[in-house]
Design a protein around this ligand. Structure first.
Ligand code: ZN
Ligand code: ZN
Length: 565
């Protein structure tokens, strides 16, 4: 920096014409702003001291601030505003691109929108370079419809902007849109790279679309797209989420270098599939290979222990977590509470909650309430319910849980009171929705929605199933149907549960040994779980249901979760 000061004073002491002076200073400013040896604050000072700085100097300082990420993160934007206010020099495409990039990183939606209007006013709105920046900015802000509007206006689209748009859709869980756009990208003849493919693979995982996922995997191999760690990890996640843990294992085994994300994806994959021993042993391998477990790896292994009631393993990993220096998150605490409750260690769970250094969140109180429901512990359950309604008075799930708790304890008037509260507040539960992929097309079934074109056929299969299942001595468990309706109607309501429609559709459209794979947005209810077990035996079909929390693999009348979920 001392040399720079000397150069600076040297320039100032020479009697240079204004344009030469501005040119020389712009070089110094650019060096100060962008070189690791420079100083961005000094660059800013120089910028404001230069009599008439050129646009190159302004751009350097804007870019320098967005790279340095020190000081106020909105600094690039305020320098941009100063430039606009001064009205001279005119910003060029780089100015806009740099400030948009800074707004995307934050992200700062309102500021970026102001930049967008300046782009339009400056007549640069058809520059594909800036349009790409805008798509990236809106996608990062998760304002996906704005991103799409700019994207659609583009005359020329390169691979990066396609990739950005597809990644943007995946980020906001608009998986169908991501896959559609990937189709359009192929039609446009643009070759995808590993970054694009990682987003496409994630979209398949989000949808639980195994057939499409497999096809995409083939595409990656055929096109010889670089299989980097990120893409391999997306594939592991996708296969695990689509219910094919074997394929996930295969991809994991083929990886030459595994980072903490790859390891943790494999651990979580085993955990949600109920392969607790595998999750624990992969965690041990991860430690052996000297990759530091991240918080997701811990979450996965604790989840696995909780589901399989491996109490001592769970405790052991909790100790490793505390020693690792990672601050346990609420999710980690939640897993431990869940572990104790599932293992019927009621007192230990309570002590654990009491000793938590942070206040338990609603998820922990829900776990608590479910445990009280199982043990019909009226006093503690009511307490948990009260806390829940205080913490989250507008979450319908809490009311449903509490009223079903009262129903289990045969406290009908209290149950009625909770249901009234829920009605008065106008709270509605999320309807159950299950989907199944047949020949690469996703069919969605929503509770109470009978709009599927093959409805009559599905109804026929369903009534056949009900007859056969009931003839096996199955008595529908209606305790989870909370409507004030007669028993027969409750049974009918159960039959309309979305997963049954999806499974019936799977039976209608496919033949063994094709696995029926269903994805459900909520937890599978107890009765559907029983019925699906029976279906897997009667129809000799393997049925895999992914619910909100985990996987259930039904084969020959039993489920991989061993009825713990
Ligand atoms: Zn059900
Ligand atoms: Zn199960």
């Amino acid at each position: 920096m001392r040399v720079l000061h000397q150069i600076h004073s040297y320039i100032l002491t020479r009697d240079l014409p204004i344009s030469t002076l501005s040119f020389c200073l712009s070089k110094v400013i650019s060096f100060c702003a962008l070189s690791p040896l420079g100083n961005i604050l000094y660059a800013e000072k120089l910028l404001y001291q230069t009599p008439s700085p050129n646009i190159f100097s302004w751009n350097s300082v804007i870019k320098g601030f967005s790279q340095s990420q020190i000081l106020s993160p909105t600094q690039p934007f305020s320098i941009f505003k100063t430039l606009i206010r001064k009205g001279h020099p005119n910003p060029n495409t780089f100015t806009f691109a740099f400030v948009l990039k800074a707004c995307a990183t934050l992200p700062a939606f309102l500021e970026g929108q102001q930049v967008h209007s300046c782009v339009i006013r400056s007549g640069f709105c058809s520059s594909s370079f800036l349009q790409s920046s805008l798509v990236n900015f809106y996608a990062k802000c998760e304002k996906i419809e704005f991103a799409r509007r700019v994207f659609d206006d583009m005359q020329e689209r390169n691979m990066v902007v396609w990739s950005t748009m597809i990644g943007g859709y995946t980020k906001v869980d608009m998986f169908n849109e991501a896959l559609d756009l990937f189709g359009d990208m192929q039609k446009a003849g643009v070759v995808a790279d590993e970054v694009t493919m990682a987003s496409v693979v994630s979209a398949c995982g989000g949808l639980g679309a195994l057939d499409v996922g497999r096809w995409v995997h083939m595409y990656i191999k055929k096109r010889k797209i670089v299989m980097d760690t990120k893409l391999s990890t997306s594939l592991i996640n996708m296969y695990a989420k689509c219910g094919s843990i074997e394929k996930a294992k295969e991809v994991f085994g083929e990886m030459s270098a595994k980072d903490s994300r790859a390891w943790s994806s494999m651990i979580v994959g085993f955990a949600i599939h109920g392969h607790a021993d595998d999750a624990v042993s992969v965690f041990a391998d991860m430690e052996k290979s000297k990759v530091k477990p991240n918080h997701v790896a811990f979450l996965g292994v604790l989840l696995a222990c909780a589901h399989a009631q491996l109490v001592s393993e769970g405790r052991r990993h909790w100790d490793i977590l505390l020693k690792s220096g990672i601050q346990p998150s609420m999710e980690h605490y939640s897993c431990m509470v869940d572990l104790f409750f599932r293992a019927n260690l009621f007192d230990e769970a309570c002590t654990f909650i009491k000793n938590m250094p942070v206040d338990p969140d609603p998820a922990i109180w829900r776990t608590f309430l479910v445990a009280c429901k199982k043990s019909k512990n009226m006093e503690k359950g009511e307490l948990a319910g009260q806390r829940l309604l205080e913490l989250e008075p507008s979450n319908p799930e809490n009311y449903v849980l509490l009223s079903s708790f009262y129903a289990t304890c045969s406290e009908w008037s209290k149950m009625g009171h909770i249901k009234k509260q829920m009605r008065d507040k106008g709270l509605k539960t999320v309807p159950g929705c299950s989907s199944i992929e047949i020949d690469g097309v996703i069919h969605e079934f929503v509770l109470g929605d009978w709009s599927h074109p093959e409805l009559n056929e599905i109804r026929e299969v369903l009534s056949n199933i009900v007859k056969r299942v009931n003839s096996m001595g199955h008595i529908p468990n209606v305790s989870e149907v909370l409507h004030d309706i007669s028993h027969e109607l409750k049974e009918e309501a159960l039959c309309e549960h979305s997963e049954r429609l999806a499974i019936a559709y799977g039976i209608l459209k496919t033949k063994a040994p094709v696995v029926i794979r269903v994805v459900k947005n909520l937890r599978v209810c107890g009765d559907c779980h029983d019925v699906t077990k029976i279906i897997s035996r009667l129809y000799e079909r393997e049925i895999v249901v992914r619910d909100r929390v985990r996987f259930h693999r039904f084969v020959g009348g039993t489920c991989s979760c061993k009825d713990n979920w």
